[in-house]
Design a protein around this ligand. Structure first.
Ligand code: NAD
Length: 481
């Protein structure tokens, strides 16, 4: 078993605390590595290294095209090492390799996209109302960005922050999830191999309550980019507001898939089933509510149950596996709690609804793909994010009712609309309070398109050309001619 230290100022560095946390493989349930349990002094060191890189180090002297070139070289190394990185993530979070490998390879697209924007950052010459003056704007990086990430798609969600931040000239201190820290350490080493100078990307591992809070409160951190749950997001927002620094928050969801009578039903069934059960539901945009127009219920429900029953649970490294084990024991217990709520509140169990043994006889924690019908919007199962393979089917009659139910949660991350009626697709996509709406599709994301949440699903967006501005500030310069 290997001990993984922090990555600070271009080198591995043992934590000042001398302490380590065990990290478990959810499939074998065995500890496979130990990561540094860092403390505030380690955060201070990482921030000091980042500050030196930003203010006086080699990074501060690079031109924008040079930053772009480094991001492109990093993208190449990610592709060359994708298998190793994906296997680390699978070992840590139990998601299937068939999902994590393409996800890791896709990171290169994000790096290349923002590499291409690095040398297109530009201020403007302004018209003025003051005779004898001219004015122009400069776009400047913010400085040290704290990047705090969850366990479900560790490197992808880190890259969503890192690629635009570095393209804009910032530096990073990364706090990965305590459940999945190893891949970020390897990623930072690869960045260093690609030529990023020491201190540009630092990784400090440990607990949210220890490292995450110290980093968020650090006086030299200029912005916090956070992906995770609502409790952590609120804590980060409070700490950032005390210091008046900006945040990007990518939080949870309770996203609806809405199917109308005129839809292509085959396509809708596949979209709904993969929308919730891919990744075992451990995805922020899992389509965890299926809003189905009432006359379709008899036709769709048996087929949805049949498709859910064909999903193969097992060893996440095997190409035969669709869903691996639940990533952590607390998450497994949370899913059981949500299933119990659905039963108590009177929902009808269509399929699943219980833990299932590991098909290979191992100790891993699996949950069968679960569908509840007769769900009403005010039930806890229709309101709470489960982050597991549990779908709630809510019937509706009219378009107005569908819209009302779709918006009837505190979240607003994604939504799917299944219809052949263009007018209806347009009306609903305008009416739905969510950051992304898919019509006759579900869950596609891209570096070219902004992604993020309305309401309690977050603040700000990641992805798309305009989002480089989230890592820049504007300075106006007046010249008295
Ligand atoms: P989490 O909030 O428990 O942890 C996320 C990260 O925040 C971890 O690194 C953790 O150590 C850190 N953290 C926790 N408390 C903190 C605090 N007080 N201060 C600073 N850092 C703190 O989330 P999780 O369980 O790892 O991830 C699951 C959640 O993430 C789900 O709610 C899911 O919907 C959400 N998520 C959102 C998106 C998105 O893009 N909107 C993507 C993936 C996951």
């Amino acid at each position: 078993m290997q001990d993984y230290t922090n990555f600070i100022d271009g080198a591995r560095l043992a934590p000042t605390t001398g302490q380590y946390l065990e990290t478990e493989n959810p499939y074998t349930t065995k500890t496979w590595a130990r990561i540094a349990r860092s403390g505030p002094e380690d955060v201070d060191r990482a921030v000091a290294a980042a500050k030196a890189a930003f203010t006086t180090g080699a990074w501060s002297r690079l031109t924008a095209p040079q930053r772009g070139a480094l991001l492109r070289r990093f993208a190449e190394l990610i592709v060359e090492n994708a298998e190793e990185l994906a296997r680390i993530e699978v070992t840590d979070n139990g998601k299937p390799l068939s999902e994590m490998l393409p996800q890791v390879k896709k990171i290169a697209d994000w790096l290349i996209y923002y590499a291409g924007l690095a040398d297109k950052i530009a201020g403007a010459t302004l018209a003025t109302d003051k005779p004898g003056f001219m004015a122009h704007t400069l776009k400047e990086p913010l400085g040290i960005i704290a990047m705090i990430t969850p366990w479900n798609s560790p490197l992808m969600l880190l890259t969503w922050k890192l690629a635009p931040a570095l393209a804009a000239g910032n530096v990073a201190v990364v706090k990965p999830s305590e459940y999945t820290s190893v891949s970020a350490l390897r990623y930072a080493e690869l960045a260093s191999e690609a030529g990023f100078p020491p201190g540009v990307i630092n990784v400090v591992t440990g607990l949210g309550q220890e490292v995450g809070t110290a980093l968020t409160a650090h006086p030299d951190v200029a912005k916090v980019a956070f992906t995770g749950g609502g409790a952590g997001g609120r804590a980060v927002y409070r700490a950032a507001s005390d210091r008046l620094v900006p945040v990007t928050l990518e939080l949870g969801g309770k996203s609806p898939n809405i199917v109308f009578e005129d839809a292509d039903i085959d396509m809708a069934i596949k979209g709904i089933v993969s929308g919730i059960f891919a990744s075992g539901g451990q995805s922020c945009v899992a389509g965890s509510r299926a809003l189905i127009q009432r006359p379709l219920l008899d036709k769709m429900l048996p087929r949805m149950a049949q498709l859910a029953g064909k999903i193969r649970l097992g060893d996440p490294m095997s190409p035969e596996t669709d869903i691996g084990p639940v990533a952590t024991r607390p998450q497994f217990e949370r899913i059981q709690q949500c299933i119990a709520w659905a039963k108590e509140d009177g929902a009808t169990l269509l399929c699943g609804g219980a833990p299932v043994p590991d098909p290979a006889g191992g100790p891993a924690l699996f949950v069968a793909p679960t569908i509840f019908t007769d769900v009403r919007s005010n039930m806890r199962i229709a309101q709470e994010e489960v982050f597991g393979p549990v779908l709630s089917v809510i019937p509706f009659d009219t378009e107005e009712e569908a819209l009302e139910i779709a918006n009837d949660t505190p979240f607003g991350l994604g939504a799917g609309i299944w219809t052949r009626d263009l007018r209806r697709a347009m009306v609903l996509s305008r009416g739905i309070k969510a950051g992304t709406v898919w019509v006759n599709a579900y869950k596609g994301v891209s570096q070219t398109a902004p992604f993020g949440g309305f309401k309690e699903s977050g603040i700000g967006r990641e992805g798309g050309a305009a989002m480089i501005d989230a890592y820049l500030q504007t300075k106006t310069v007046w010249l008295n001619l």
